[in-house]
Design a protein around this ligand. Structure first.
Ligand code: ADP
Length: 422
């Protein structure tokens, strides 16, 4: 599934970027053609202007002796000048009649309009660029000069440029394909990670529900057998069903909690919470619980009040989860303490116990959903391995951090760090 999505992403990326690249190459080539033609036209125009100036001065000299209308030698061929670049040059009078020329024999009458033109010369078997320029003397039209040069250099330059494009465009397309494949992989990574998480979560949740469900079925079946003569045994079976159903309901609540409280909390749910008061109340309430009866449970609070911006019930839930673990995993006679510290911008809530501790390799996993260090012991104490995952999710929803330190046999310290509200 992920391989196909990655291929699709890479394909779409290559198609999009490839189309942009080809369009870009076409525009660049078009601009290059225009640029080459413009520079050729400038050269052609310069040459034509020089020739026009010569014609003007020749006619000017002649005018001093004869009438312009009677210029002789209409249509006469003259030898080409030393500028071998020109294919032909033609001089037409103001009536568009051919006066003089060199190169190909033209028609007697000028038929094209003034300006630049590209044409295919059959005589020379080549493309030519031709300019037809009206020539004025003292503001009076005296004739037209038509000059052409071959397009060979321009064609060669464009052929070189096409070769560069023919090499660079496919190479870039290849690089784009590789980049698309790499980016596709990169884009799929978080999706693959989330998918794997979800799959593991579903598998874990199903696994957690399967054993109690099996127990419910077997107890209910046993209890419902009409031949069962012992009513006390039957009552115990049904009581077990009720207990298991309660524990399953707790598990479902926890799962729903995890599903609902993903991401940061909206600001409208947050309020200023006095941590001193909150912790005192939690310790007071929790000290009455049976699990805390055999322990010394106390609070170490600063004299000044410490305030944070939080959703009070959720924050209480996170602290209770830590407190409940500390009590669960500390043997009778042990000590559990709740402390508050402040740093310039942070409030730190600590839950410290001198219980069984957590082995170093497990410390990296205890915040994962369904993770339990000692599966058998946790199952006995009723833990699903969701308490710390919930606490972490709550703390992160407040923009805080939760972390744990522990030494096996000496105890554990859990820390919630929240932004301080001064
Ligand atoms: P559980 O419901 O099993 O307690 P948690 O997510 O709260 O699940 O904790 C995950 C695991 O981390 C527990 O199974 C336990 O092994 C370990 N743990 C958590 N808190 C403590 C603690 N204070 N002392 C020792 N082990 C702890």
């Amino acid at each position: 599934m992920f391989g196909r999505s990655r291929r699709n992403l890479a394909c779409w990326f290559t198609l999009t970027m490839g189309s942009i690249l080809i369009m870009f190459a076409a525009v660049v080539y078009y601009l290059k053609v225009i640029d080459e033609l413009e520079s050729l036209d400038r050269l052609l125009y310069k040459k034509t202007r020089v020739m026009a100036a010569n014609v003007e001065s020749t006619l000017h000299n002649r005018q001093q002796h004869i009438d312009l209308e009677n210029v002789p030698l209409l249509g006469s061929r003259v030898p080409p000048p030393l500028d071998s670049e020109l294919v032909y040059a033609r001089w037409y009078n103001a009536q568009k009649q051919l006066v003089q020329f060199f190169g190909d024999t033209p028609s007697e009458l000028l038929k094209v309009k003034a300006g630049f033109k590209t044409l295919n010369s059959e005589n020379h078997q080549a493309w030519l660029r031709q300019v037809t320029l009206p020539v004025y003397q003292n503001g009076l039209l005296i004739g037209y000069l038509q000059v052409a040069i071959p397009l060979t250099t321009t064609e060669n330059n464009l052929a070189d440029f096409r070769l560069v494009l023919a090499i660079s465009v496919p190479t870039t397309l290849g690089l784009i394909t590789l980049a698309g494949w790499w980016l596709g992989g990169l884009a799929m990574q978080p999706i693959r990670y989330s998918y794997e998480q979800l799959q593991r979560f579903t598998a874990d949740a199903s696994h957690e529900l399967r054993s109690p469900l099996a127990a419910v079925i077997s107890n209910a079946q046993f209890g419902s057998i009409s031949s069962c003569s012992n009513p006390e045994q039957q009552r115990q079976r049904f009581q077990k069903v009720v207990d298991i159903a309660k524990s399953m309901s707790l598990l479902v609540d926890n799962l729903l909690f995890l599903a609902r409280h993903e991401g940061r909390l909206p600001a409208k749910l947050l309020q200023e919470v006095n941590l001193n008061n909150l912790l005192l109340k939690l310790v007071d309430d929790y000290a009455k619980q049976p699990v805390a009866q055999h322990l010394s449970l106390n609070c170490e609070l600063p004299t000044n009040s410490v305030n944070v911006i939080a959703e009070k019930d959720l924050l209480s839930q996170a602290i209770i989860n830590l407190l409940s673990n500390a009590c669960k995993y500390t043997p009778a006679g042990g000590k559990v303490q709740l402390k508050i510290f402040t740093q310039p911008h942070q409030a730190i809530i600590q839950v410290v116990d001198n219980g069984i501790g957590i082995p170093e390799p497990d410390l990296h996993h205890i915040f994962e959903r369904f993770y339990r260090v000692d599966k058998k012991r946790s199952r006995k104490t009723g833990g699903f391995g969701l308490g710390l995952a919930i606490a972490q999710q709550i703390v992160q929803a407040h923009g805080g951090v939760i972390r744990a330190f522990s030494v096996v046999g000496q105890g554990s310290t859990f820390e919630i760090i929240l932004p301080l509200n001064k």
